[in-house]
Every structure is written in structure tokens, then in C-alpha cells.
Design a protein around this ligand. Sequence first.
Ligand SMILES: NC(=O)C1=CN([C@@H]2O[C@H](COP(=O)(O)OP(=O)(O)OC[C@H]3O[C@@H](n4cnc5c(N)ncnc54)[C@H](OP(=O)(O)O)[C@@H]3O)[C@@H](O)[C@H]2O)C=CC1
Ligand SMILES: O=CC(=O)O
Length: 293
Amino acid sequence: MEVGFLGLGIMGKAMAANLLRHGFRVTVWNRTLSKCDELAALGATVGETPAAVVAKCKYTIAMLSDPSAALSVVFDKDGVLEQIGEGKGYVDMSTVDAATSCKISEAVKQKAGAFVEAPVSGSKKPAEDGQLVILAAGDKALYGDMVPAFDVLGKKSFFLGEIGNGAKMKLVVNMIMGSTMNAFSEGLCLADKSGLSPQTLLDVLDLGAVANPMFKMKGPSMLQGSYNPAFPLKHQQKDMRLALSLGDENAVAMPVAAAANEAFKKARSLGLGDLDFSAVHEVLKGAGGSGQA
Ligand SMILES: NC(=O)C1=CN([C@@H]2O[C@H](COP(=O)(O)OP(=O)(O)OC[C@H]3O[C@@H](n4cnc5c(N)ncnc54)[C@H](OP(=O)(O)O)[C@@H]3O)[C@@H](O)[C@H]2O)C=CC1
Ligand SMILES: O=CC(=O)O
């Protein structure tokens, strides 16, 4: 199967490499074109523009930072819309809001192309290992065509119906993840300040009802103050913002998520946006957790 791949950031690079490893023919494009070199060394073809990739491939996947990037790659000059059409499918796996997905879907359909949104749950390591959880919605026939690729990229795919449902599900999941990260960080600070060993707290948590892979994976590095980015904090804050907006639209009170969003915003203002989202721990430590009284 031949696929195009637009966007070779932390996730896109791992996903495109995975497809190549599994025998897919992949044509890649990235805004910063030099990032294509590594994929070319693995056997990918490089496209000069998103339009060139879509012209070459029946199916094109995108994995871009945020709504403005997702829209730009479709609607701007040399974008996807210039070459999408009958018999071609476009699959956006970026985390965006439902309105962005709907706008892209409408434009692609107007050109007689097919569109699926398919944001993913799971970070850099699951992307490398093909263990993502895929939250797809939109054109059912295109979804069916993409199953061989989704089977390589993920451990499970959900088809959630109409466009927007994938985006919404992803935002709900990441709202919970961002709020949980804040509670976890506060707990580490509270243990430390009250004379307990945070490492022992990690051991206790791991044996109880709230044990989860995120605490296990991020806890030790948070105690070291080490935040090598797997999921950049700026993207988690974008997801909190979009989830809160979904809450506004549906009149759902989300005081916990709102407080977590403030902490992520504060972290961004301190220049921590490109670090892993667990770097929000620095804000909570600074707020009196483990910092100087
Ligand atoms: N990292 C993670 O753990 C996960 C991330 N996600 C989501 O996946 C998406 C990608 O995340 P990730 O790979 O971590 O992000 P990165 O920041 O590592 O990569 C972002 C990508 O978007 C491109 N981009 C940004 N702005 C534009 C633009 N205006 N036009 C064209 N391309 C643009 C970047 O290109 P360039 O190289 O030129 O900057 C890069 O290829 C995000 O929506 C994120 O929320 C979902 C699950 C997990
Ligand atoms: O969006 C991030 C993730 O880990 O999932």
C-alpha cells in the first residue's frame, strides 16, 4: 500500500518510520523539509509540497501540531485541496477541535475526495511501537481502506461515526490526562513537603487502584526534574484549551480542568512549552510544593 505522510514531528516521524518498516511505500513532506532526510534514509520518497504528495498518493495521512497547522496544510497554496479529488482519501491524525475537522471534511468532500479524522491516544513510545489507540470518524469506506495502515500504527482502532466525534473523544481523553498530571504533581509535592519519600509514593501508587502507565513512566523523571519531550507541554495546553471550549459549548462545568489549564499556561509563560507536559511539575513545585517556602 502506498501512503503520503504530512508532518514529521515527534509523532509523525515515528509513525511514518513504522509504516516503512512494515512494507508500506511512503511519500513524506514536512514544513521544515530537512526533517525528511531521516525518513528518506529509511526508504521514503520526499514530496516538495502537500499538494505534490496528494497528487502522487491515493491516501495521505497528516500529523500536525494544532488547528492552524491542520488548516494551513489543507487550504494554503500548494496545499492538500489543490490535488484532492475523486478516488483519493485524506486522513488527519492531528489533535484538533471538531470545528476544524468539519471544515476540512467539507472542503475535501466538495472536491469529491474522502476524509477521515483519526486522532490518536498514546505518545512517542506507543507511536514507535505501533501501539496507538486510533479514534477515527468520518467516511466509513475510507476508514475501511485505512485499516491495514491503522493496524500497523495502533493496537486498536475505534470508528466513532460522524466527523467531529474523533476530535471530541480525543479532547475528553486529554482533558482527563492533563488534569490527572496536575493532581499527580501536587501529590508528589505534598508527599515531599510533609516529610514523605516521593519515590515511596510512586511505589505505593503503583500497587493501588490509581496505578497507571503515565505515573509509572513520568514519575521517576519528574522526581529528577527531567522533561525530555515525548508529548510537548504546548500541545497539552492546546488540548486543555480546546476541551474547555467544548465544555463551554455544552455547558459542562470543568473547574478541575480549568485549574489544570492555568498551570499549563503558566508553564508556557515560563518557557517550558517545548518540554514534556510533565514539566508542569516545575510550576506546581514553584507554587509552594517542593520549592522554597
Ligand atoms: N507527542 C505526543 O505524545 C502526541 C501528540 N499528539 C498530537 O499529534 C500532533 C503532533 O504532535 P507532535 O508530533 O508531538 O508535535 P511536534 O511539535 O513534534 O510536530 C508538529 C508538526 O507539525 C508541523 N507544523 C507545525 N505548524 C505547521 C504549519 N503551520 N504548517 C505546516 N506544518 C506545521 C511541524 O513542522 P516543522 O517540523 O516544520 O515545525 C511538525 O511536523 C499534535 O496535534 C499533538 O497534539 C497526539 C498524541 C500524542
Ligand atoms: O496526546 C497525547 C497522548 O499521550 O495521547
